[in-house]
Design a protein around this ligand. Structure first.
Ligand SMILES: Cc1cc2nc3c(=O)[nH]c(=O)nc-3n(C[C@H](O)[C@H](O)[C@H](O)COP(=O)(O)OP(=O)(O)OC[C@H]3O[C@@H](n4cnc5c(N)ncnc54)[C@H](O)[C@@H]3O)c2cc1C
Length: 525
């Protein structure tokens, strides 16, 4: 059993920033991560682009742009905090040795080597900074499966180490920084392990989830069998075209001449039309006309590492899940509704409303990561955790039957397929109902699961994915309109009179169901 002032769960950009800031605010910290800090995070896969106020876009324009993307349901106070505190956040990153280069809309991390994904450069710097923190312990290889709480609030977490043995961490303050859930979809550009564990942990602890129906899909992601589901990073060369099996030029057909512009201004429409084209025929990115010299530069240079000649051979692409706008709600101090539980990063909902403006996630990670770390440290100061007998912290291994590993794998595949089919780019009332029926069938089959130690983590991942799919379907079913990233073919128009609202899901752990309500969006004060 490990006792600290602050526990941070998740070592992506948000978690590492929170841990560093908590230490600077005087706390003893442990950062608990199921992989190695930084690796296996979406932060490491990212383009490391930070939107924000900058000399070419002042704070007011940044706020307007963010609210426009969010289609009127962002939490405006969050947008204003990010606008106010982003410049300090960027200085904080620079202070850690991160090279940020300014452009029209914000700042990008520029690795010296063009073959390196900028996100890798970002997390490497954060990991280096974390290692220098004398009062931050890192507990890699621990999968958190429960937030410990009593009548006063959260006081620790319980998890499994790599062998499936139980481990317990106690602290007066816990920061949830577990990222999103993009990989619950069969088509996704996220790290495979990002299946919404934070939403599941929060839901089980009685914390409500907001806006879970809003999932952002990225239009251009590699879908060629045998190749990784890698997002095609902008900027796109103007010579690249999208074609289908018949050789039709898909961009031209839909009036999209410039993919760089479409990614920024028409992302949802671009995803929908590509999704619909992909139902008819595979769609290929054709880079054959791109000049040789362009291949040496980022981002095309990244392809050199893959065993496929992207320059000579068109390859299949399709939209894929990219980002979860919804999540737990926090206040100005990054506190959730459960005392002692703080949250930051993609696991939090509110800033982005119905759709996220490009680059706004990492800015949120830095701004609210710092706020969460600072306030968690302040909250923990002088507080003690309850005494727990050591014997209560070890679940007995006896009685756990062997589990068919193939069964867990098949269960996960079924959930991912159901996510894509029923809760994907284009939804409808009938499909959402069918999806809820199918997920309850899958869930029923899981009651038989009683895994051996090594399978405990796979089981928890599967339960998280089931939970997330149910949350997305439950929040989608009553929203009878389309807004931002959320598109219903049976209600294709945005309806501000009835639906300028945020969804709020409460989870009942006994019957495994969500109850949904819709709250009027907060307007500016
Ligand atoms: C391909 C791609 C490119 C992107 N590019 C950009 C960009 O340029 N700009 C931008 O703003 N956004 C971008 N995004 C989005 C952005 O990268 C993510 O939203 C952001 O990195 C999330 O950071 P995070 O710290 O919240 O979560 P993550 O970086 O995903 O880290 C979460 C960590 O929590 C750990 N964890 C989860 N559950 C548990 C558990 N139960 N126990 C222990 N550990 C756990 C995970 O292992 C992981 O390490 C991109 C996303 C993708 C997929």
């Amino acid at each position: 059993m490990i006792r600290k002032d602050v526990i941070v769960v998740g070592a992506g950009c948000a978690g590492m920033v929170a841990a560093i800031e908590a230490e600077r605010s005087g706390a003893e910290v442990v950062i608990v991560e199921k992989g190695l800090p930084g690796s296996g995070t979406n932060s490491s896969l990212s383009n490391a682009y930070f939107a924000g106020p900058c000399p070419k876009r002042d704070g007011e324009c940044y706020i307007i742009d963010t609210l426009c993307s969010g289609r009127g349901i962002n939490l405006e106070w969050m947008v204003k905090i990010v606008a106010d505190e982003a410049p300090d956040g960027f200085s904080f990153l620079r202070g850690l040795g991160i090279r940020l280069v300014e452009d029209q809309l914000g700042f990008g991390v520029k690795p010296r080597d063009p073959d390196v994904i900028p996100g890798i450069a970002l997390v490497k710097c954060l990991v280096r900074a974390l290692k220098k923190c004398k009062k931050v312990d890192t507990s890699g290889g621990v999968y958190v499966r429960e937030i410990l709480k009593n009548a006063d609030g959260a006081y620790g977490v319980r998890g499994y180490d790599k062998k499936g043995n139980e481990v317990v961490f106690l602290a007066p303050a816990v920061v949830l920084a577990t990222g999103g859930a993009g990989a619950v979809y069969s088509r996704s550009d996220n790290q495979k392990s990002i299946v919404g564990q934070g939403y599941y942990l929060a839901g089980k602890a009685g914390v409500d989830l907001f806006d879970m129906e809003f999932v952002q899909f990225f239009p251009l992601v590699i879908s060629d069998p045998g190749l990784p589901s890698l997002l095609l990073y902008p900027p796109y060369p103007s010579e690249g075209i999208l074609i289908n099996k018949l050789g039709e030029n898909i961009g031209k057909k839909h009036g999209i001449d410039d993919f760089n512009d479409a990614i920024l201004t028409l992302r949802d429409r671009f995803s929908i039309l590509l999704y619909e084209e992909c139902l008819k025929s595979p769609v290929y990115m054709d880079y054959r006309r791109v000049p040789e010299r362009v291949w040496k530069k980022y981002p095309l240079s990244i392809f050199r590492k893959l065993n496929f000649d992207f320059h000579k051979k068109p390859f299949e692409v399709s939209p894929a899940s990219h980002f979860f706008m919804g999540g737990v709600r926090i206040d100005r101090e990054a506190k959730t509704s459960l005392s002692g539980l703080f949250a930051c990063g993609e696991v939090v909902g509110g800033l982005h409303g119905a759709n996220r403006m490009a680059g706004n996630s990492l800015t949120e990670c830095v701004v609210f990561g710092r706020i969460a770390g600072r306030n968690a440290a302040e909250f923990a100061a002088g507080k003690r955790t309850p005494h727990i007998p050591e014997s209560n912290c070890r679940e007995k291994a006896d009685g756990l039957a062997n589990c068919d590993r193939g069964f867990l794998k098949r269960g996960m595949e079924a959930i991912k397929g159901a996510c894509w089919k029923y809760a994907g780019v284009v939804r409808s009332g009938r499909e959402l109902e069918e999806g809820l029926f199918e997920v309850s069938e899958i869930e029923r089959s899981l009651t038989k699961v009683s895994p051996i130690y090594a399978d405990r983590i796979a089981t928890e991942n599967l339960l998280s994915a089931v939970f997330v799919l149910k949350a997305v379907l439950s929040a989608s079913i009553s929203r009878k309109e389309s807004r931002g990233s959320f598109y219903r073919s049976d209600f294709p128009v945005q309806d501000d009179i009835n639906w300028r609202k945020n969804s709020c899901l409460s989870y009942d752990g006994v019957n495994g169901r969500f109850s949904a309500k819709y709250l009027p969006a907060e307007t500016s004060s």
